[in-house]
Design a protein around this ligand. Structure first.
Ligand SMILES: *[C@@H]1O[C@H](CO)[C@@H](O)[C@H](O)[C@H]1NC(C)=O
Ligand SMILES: *[C@@H]1O[C@H](CO)[C@@H](O)[C@H](O)[C@H]1NC(C)=O
Ligand SMILES: *[C@@H]1O[C@H](CO)[C@@H](O)[C@H](O)[C@H]1NC(C)=O
Ligand SMILES: *[C@@H]1O[C@H](CO)[C@@H](O)[C@H](O)[C@H]1NC(C)=O
Ligand SMILES: *[C@@H]1O[C@H](CO)[C@@H](O)[C@H](O)[C@H]1NC(C)=O
Length: 256
């Protein structure tokens, strides 16, 4: 629909766009699609129903997203997805849905830190541009989204940090990172590698013991970073056992 101008007014209506889609730049269009993917990104990473102090919806669990996507009374899958977008974004920013790439840049270009409410988005983006290349692209065939090729993110590296941050510097950066840390062939000693089977990042981690001194703690059903959050009543037995195992290993190492 984003590719065909006949759909622009429908998109404007359905998503309550702040400005007409016909005025969108190529980067605005990609940013629009990036924002549409956001509720799924958050659900698969954190699998959490989160509301803010005003009771506004910030995220859903995977089951809740699937329930909405399977609910035929909301109309076609397109309208079910529109519903998700409204539930997540209705309150979040402004009364309309903005996909203004320049605005996104302006925010990320600001390097001053609000010490009462520090954010890490710019720093994380810089690390992604220079060390990791951790971008949420739609380049894989094994997912349903489209419109966010790697080049969309590399363009942002250039726009934010200057033209020397490009494809080549990204490739070189990722290769040096893997060379420095060893990639999957980590050397070193006394490193624990926790991970979770529900964490979409787990293919980037070590999920099997390398040696007694380099153990993996792969937690069934655990989501992104689950192991480093403080314990909750709703934590699974697997997660609780994993934290205990990590604690035991650390105790042992600290006594050596
Ligand atoms: C489907 O959506 C409608 C309208 O929001 C809601 O009333 C109903 O409970 C939903 N059904 C299921 C099975 O979630
Ligand atoms: C940059 O960020 C700081 C701290 O959050 C804020 O006080 C300031 O208004 C921002 N500047 C601009 C131009 O947005
Ligand atoms: C990076 O390479 C892709 C093709 O692989 C190209 O389309 C894109 O323009 C390049 N981006 C930058 C910022 O150099
Ligand atoms: C890691 O080791 C495997 C074989 O054990 C090898 O195929 C692979 O290239 C190595 N990777 C790195 C990043 O050194
Ligand atoms: C799994 O490993 C990846 C890559 O190191 C990391 O980003 C992620 O936080 C790990 N997940 C968990 C649940 O620890």
């Amino acid at each position: 629909m984003m590719k065909l101008s006949v759909y622009y007014s429908k998109l404007a209506n359905d998503f309550k766009l702040c400005k007409p889609a016909k005025t969108y730049s190529a980067m605005d269009k990609a940013y629009f699609l990036e924002r549409l993917i956001f509720p799924v990104e958050v659900a698969v990473q954190h699998n959490r129903n989160e509301k803010n102090h005003k009771g506004e919806q910030l995220s859903f669990t995977m089951d809740e997203l699937c329930d909405i996507m399977a609910n035929t009374s909301l109309g076609s899958p397109y309208y079910r997805y529109v519903r998700i977008i409204h539930l997540i974004f209705k309150h979040k920013y402004s009364p309309c849905f903005a996909a203004n790439y320049r605005q996104k840049l302006q925010t990320l270009l600001n390097s001053s830190i609000n010490h009462h409410n520090p954010t890490k988005v710019r720093q994380y983006f810089y690390q992604s541009c220079t060390e990791f290349g951790f971008f949420f692209t739609t380049d894989s065939k094994n997912q349903p989204f489209t419109g966010l090729p790697l080049s969309y993110f590399v363009q942002q590296c250039s726009d934010l940090f200057g033209p020397k941050f490009n494809n080549d510097s990204l490739n070189t950066g990722v290769m040096s990172t893997n060379a420095y840390y060893g990639g999957f062939n980590v050397t070193g000693s006394k490193i624990i590698f926790p991970n979770g089977s529900f964490d979409p990042w787990h293919p980037l981690g070590i999920t099997k013991d390398i040696s007694k001194d380099l153990p993996a703690v792969f937690i069934k059903g655990a989501v992104h970073c689950a192991d480093i959050y403080k314990q909750k009543d709703t934590d699974s037995a697997e997660l609780i056992q994993a934290r205990e195992k990590i604690f035991r290993i650390l105790q042992k190492w600290l006594k050596q």
